[in-house]
Ligand binder design. Structure first.
Ligand code: FES
Length: 225
């Protein structure tokens, strides 16, 4: 018996009604369910990107930052400073605005336990401790009291120990510090950096921003602060 000839290829209709799709309407090429599903997936993708992309940027941003300061400010000969007490010095942190861009910092010679660079390979100890007077709570200027070896904030009672670590009150992290180096016997101050409560260095953050655990990924660095 002869084989029956093959069925000619029938072109599939683009209309849902012709394809026998349940609930189809005349003239539709996509079901409402398909449209809603596609729309929901697109909206979900956009919402995920809106949250995910900035978070990713904050997380990897600090890794891409140039950590080497570009501007160094001379604050005096090395012999002006000792490890026993802090010496106040004025530096300019926003040079474009003249006097208003100046701030006081406290400087002393560093001791071996003044920071914990061990958590980050390649982080070199600094020769001096140069501490910012900007309170890590809301930014009021702190003052160093030599008799108690404490930094004290007049605004809300924030207290910091000799390392600038939080000793009491509302501040959420230690006082910021500045990179520093000694060149030809003179102390030079570079950019600001922030610290978590283990005294590990981070790129600068605004006051009141935590830097411990996952918090470090939730706040963006602000090199201009
Ligand atoms: S600003 Fe220093 S404790 Fe609030």
């Amino acid at each position: 018996m002869a084989d029956s000839p093959p069925e000619p290829n029938k072109k599939k209709s683009s209309y849902t009604a012709d394809r026998g799709v349940a609930g189809a309407f005349e003239g539709e090429t996509m079901t409402r369910r398909g449209l809603m599903t596609g729309g929901a997936l697109a909206a979900g993708g956009i919402a995920t990107a809106a949250f995910g992309i900035p978070a990713l940027g904050f997380a990897i941003g600090p890794l891409l930052e140039d950590q080497e300061p570009e501007v160094w400010q001379d604050v005096g000969p090395e012999s002006d400073f000792t490890a026993e007490t802090y010496v106040p010095r004025v530096i300019n942190i926003v040079s474009e605005i003249g006097e208003a861009g100046k701030t006081t910092i406290y400087v002393r010679t560093a001791l071996p336990d003044d920071e914990s660079p061990s958590d980050k390979p390649g982080v070199e100890p600094l020769p001096m401790v140069a501490i910012s007077t900007r309170c890590a709570h809301l930014g009021c200027p702190v003052r160093y009291i030599q008799a108690s070896k404490r930094f004290v904030c007049p605004c809300h009672g924030g207290i910091y120990d000799e390392q600038g670590a939080v000793g009491g009150g509302p501040p959420v992290r230690p006082l910021d510090r500045f990179y520093n180096r000694i060149r030809n016997g003179r102390v030079e101050i570079g950019d600001r950096f922030s610290l978590n409560n283990k005294l590990d260095r981070f790129s600068p953050r605004d006051p009141s921003q935590h830097l411990d655990g996952l918090w470090q990924y939730l706040y963006p660095s602000r090199p201009s602060t």
